[in-house]
Design a protein around this ligand. Sequence first.
Ligand code: URP
Ligand code: ZN
Ligand code: ZN
Ligand code: ZN
Length: 488
Amino acid sequence: SSSKILIKGGTVVNAHQQEIADVYIEDGIIVAVKPSIKVSDDVTVLDATGKFVMPGGIDPHTHLGMEFMGTQSVDDFFSGQAAALAGGTTMHIDFVIPVNGSLSAGLEAYKDKAKKSCMDYGFHMAITKWDEIVSREMEIMVKEQGINSFKFFMAYKGALMINDELLLEGLKKCKSLGALAMVHAENGDAVFEGQKKMIELGITGPEGHALSRPPVLEGEATARAIRLAGFVNTPLYVVHVMSTDAMEEIARARKSGQRVIGEPVVSGLVLDDSGIWDPDFTTAAKYVMSPPIRASGHDKALQAALSTGILQLVGTDHCVFNSTQKAFGIDDFRKIPNGVNGIEERMHLVWDTMVESGQISVTDYVRLTSTECARIFNIYPRKGAILAGSDADIIIFNPSSSFEITTRSHHSRSDTNVFEGKRGKGKVEVTIAGGRVLWNNGELNVVPGSGKFIKMPPYSYLFGGIDKADAKYLSSLQAPVKRSKAAT
Ligand code: URP
Ligand code: ZN
Ligand code: ZN
Ligand code: ZN
């Protein structure tokens, strides 16, 4: 039966160590991790000799079935998760978008979207306006709904964008709730100007997208968000770090002791901007995302930052649109829906780019693709580890095999793939999620409705010491300088 599984003879890799051991699973939970486990005949045995047995990937950044730019991303909670499982990812965290500013209405809509889930998922929530109701709803989300992170969009003027006043209110509220503030860091007002300028110059094609929002605008917003979070004294998570400019702001803040987390995404790590200059509109438009995929050099710098601990984990920002949807912007790049692939490709591309190239170890790989995400969002070691008691979300990875990415063979509903033709070493041969074998050597066996919502509690390790730091800061403010009365 599928409820009892033994994975035999593999190299079990956790973020803290690797060892040759067997892994025994019962009813969705890892029961034992040790050498030479003996089992009865009713147990499914998978031979992992010569292979790595690793925690399933956790993608901290996806947009499945997202209503955005007048349309909806084509991978929903079923097709996007099926693609994820085929690529070795067993959990993702998606962004709830409020409905007319209402968090609870947004949550209801996303609970509905997620009913067809075939793997576990969690939610972040976007904050798009500010008033007493939003403030109260944030508290309900954290205390009752299992959401411990809120995203603030500093870009998308006239749509999702918030101003500094709202960002400050949000940062203070996050801090008081033990929730993590996340930012999409681009200067939306300047982007708006840049877009107008491009259109005035007659640059209406996809390259106008990249030209209108250069790295300096990402660096500025990243620096601003970091400084405001420092002023409030609360941790900050910068999503989709795409440029050296933004990365260097994070490096500086971390060096000074500030709790800032930086998340690069696969497209930013392995691609450069050459695609967006393609003379074919459909080809160029598939690369349109925000912040844009940067000129060659930024990719290598982000890889180096990841390998040296300046950046902590890898997401995808998976948010795919078909060519017909991208064609909304055939005469005006501002109407091309923003978003690219990644949920199925992340595990393979990070392995090939980072491990196979010698930049990181196998244990680092587990940390960057799974464990660190579980720690940051406070669900470790239920997720992100192969330990007795952890959820049985596991991949068997063959480092001697190879992968190739093509639209023909991918499991996403998207009719294009920004990683088209990429190939490399390593292959996810088996994906076990919730204790069931859902991907086995090219065969996908997923059931809608089998995925669970994972509640994420507040106050992760990032919040340690905040009260003490605050007390020190406040006492310095509250001790008025003693001055003698001026002589009369
Ligand atoms: O282009 C992107 N990134 N689309 C998804 C929305 C967002 O900003 O994350
Ligand atoms: Zn974003
Ligand atoms: Zn995103
Ligand atoms: Zn595939």
